[in-house]
Design a protein around this ligand. Structure first.
Ligand code: SF4
Ligand code: FES
Length: 256
């Protein structure tokens, strides 16, 4: 298979960047998308050119490191698939592909297709955890969890923090990611003591990181490789309202 690739090349965060065209003549349909780029990079290195920088780690769809736009779609045309799990058999000989990094003010470009997603880490650090005394693992049945909640929490915990939801959103909102993190802890008994503080702190951090607001467009859900549902945003908003009212009530009572 032969492909024409137009790839965003940007030397560093301060560089203006530009699209560069490559003719890739040795694409095997069994390759993953990242393996296809590996082969192109080997050719570039052999010619003494700078290889294309892209993020990756597990290449199994579980770590959340990979991700860029392929013809304007986050992670490419296959639904519920990370770009590392996307295979070249889904493309045709002669296809023309445009590869660009995630575009969002909160995700500045580091180099080529690599962006800085540390804003997500700071949102997690603001409250995406539970405070417990560590020690040996407690017995599995010590704290009972209703089956429905366990399933919903597990679904939300599937979020791998890839950032596709932000890249696909016209507002560059981080609502799906943050809603998933707030949901998976808020649905479990262990997450209850810090539930109000968690949602207030994490939502405040999202604003500080300059992500946009959610206007229920749903592009995030459409591109999410882990099928995170919009319901997590509704749950986050409910938790946020309840926590805000509880805090306001506490403030009024303390004035009495
Ligand atoms: S919600 Fe989906 S798209 Fe967004 S960071 Fe998590 S896994 Fe990626
Ligand atoms: S490299 Fe880990 S999810 Fe793609």
């Amino acid at each position: 298979m032969k492909l024409t690739l137009h790839v965003w090349r940007q030397k560093n965060p301060g560089d203006a960047g530009r699209m560069v065209q490559y003719e890739h003549k040795s694409v095997n349909p069994h390759m993953s998308f990242l393996e296809m780029l590996d082969v192109l990079n080997e050719e570039l290195i052999a010619k003494g050119e700078e290889p294309i920088a892209f993020d990756h780690d597990c290449r199994e769809g579980i770590c959340g490191m990979c991700g860029f736009m392929i013809n304007g779609i986050a992670h490419g045309p296959e639904r519920e698939t990370t770009v590392c799990q996307l295979h070249m058999r889904h493309f045709k000989d002669g296809d023309v592909l445009y590869l660009e990094p995630w575009r969002a003010r909160a995700f500045p470009v580091v180099k080529d297709l690599v962006v800085d997603r540390s804003a997500f880490d700071r949102i997690i650090a603001a409250g995406g955890f539970i405070s417990v005394v560590t020690g040996s693992a407690p017995d599995g049945n010590t704290i009972l969890v209703p089956k429905k909640n366990a399933d919903l929490a597990m679904d939300a915990a599937a979020c791998i923090g890839c950032g596709a939801c932000v890249a696909a959103c016209p507002n560059a909102s981080a609502a799906l990611f943050t809603g998933a993190k707030i949901s998976h802890l808020g649905l479990l008994p262990q997450g209850q003591p810090e539930r109000n503080l968690r949602v207030l702190s994490m939502v405040a951090r999202v604003k500080e990181e300059l992500f946009g607001s959610c206007t229920n467009i749903g592009e995030c859900e459409a591109v999410c490789p882990k099928e995170i549902k919009l319901e997590v945003i509704a749950r986050m908003n409910r938790d946020f309202l309840r926590a805000s009212w509880t805090e306001r009530g506490d403030a009024l009572r303390s004035e009495d």
